[in-house]
Design a protein around this ligand. Structure first.
Ligand code: MG
Length: 256
């Protein structure tokens, strides 16, 4: 079901988004060579408790997950690109890390992700991260009243195609509201002028994620972490946005 949010509901969603943004900033800034990624999960968990927020992940158990997630943030390193289950792993120089975080504040959810390199970056990793950020910006720019969902998908896909990146459309953007995942689904590639017309009050996450060498993924033995089939690295950028009469509003905007 597609729900439209009122301006006062969007203001509440923005509070959730601001919290999610703060957690991503804190975990991003804390991620350094030599740090165990379980510490990043603990940091996010502490912030959830301090805020009185609720984790969207810890009890999350969809059909594609082997068991409840059990952690509060997805941390995907190098060839892991989505749904990275935090485990006992110490970050190494040059690791490409994707952080994906969603939480509910006052009953409203926000979902956002970013990628970074710890230590000395490889140029190709920085380019891949930047590509997901450019694609996210293009997708957001297309999220205007009068456009359709396909315009967002096409805007993201165009950025990928221009960079010779193949796009996996199994996982993509999604409606956000009282729960983390709702309609509509927003693939990271598609045909312009197709699909649901965008109306003021629609709230959804847009989340381009790309892998350098492939569009194929497989599930790690942990039952959650999705890795590139060819071992190439992945990156991920995501914001929760609202379509408004004044244009797209980024609800999970970060101060930095
Ligand atoms: Mg997310």
């Amino acid at each position: 079901m597609i729900e439209l949010r009122t301006p006062s509901e969007i203001a509440e969603l923005q509070l959730a988004g601001a919290f999610v943004g703060r957690v991503l900033e804190a975990t991003r800034d804390a991620a350094t060579v030599g740090m165990n990624i379980l510490e990043l999960d603990a940091l996010a968990h502490d912030m959830i408790r301090a805020e009185g927020a609720e984790s969207c992940y810890i009890d999350y158990h969809p059909s594609f997950g082997a068991s409840p997630f059990g952690k509060v943030i997805c941390i995907s390193v190098n060839d892991a690109v989505l749904h990275g289950l935090p485990h006992d792993y110490v970050l190494r120089d040059g690791d490409l890390v994707s952080l994906d975080f969603a939480a509910s504040v006052g009953g409203w959810v926000s979902d956002s992700a970013l990628s970074l390199v710890v230590g000395t970056p490889r140029d190709e990793d920085l380019r891949l991260i930047q590509l997901t950020e450019v694609a996210l910006a293009a997708g957001i720019e297309a999220a205007t009243v009068g456009n359709k969902i396909g315009d967002i998908s096409a805007a993201i896909g165009d950025i990928a195609h221009a960079a010779k990146i193949k796009v996996n459309t199994d996982f993509g953007g999604h409606g956000v509201g009282r729960v983390m995942h709702g309609d509509p689904h927003i693939p990271n590639d598609g045909r312009a002028h197709r699909g649901l017309p965008l109306r003021a009050g629609l709230v959804f996450a847009i989340e381009p994620w790309f892998m350098l060498g492939t569009d194929k993924i497989y599930t790690d033995d942990d039952g959650w972490t999705l890795r590139s089939r060819d071992g190439s690295r992945g990156a991920h950028s995501e914001h929760t946005i609202a379509v408004t009469d004044d244009g797209p509003l980024v609800l999970s905007a970060r101060a930095s």
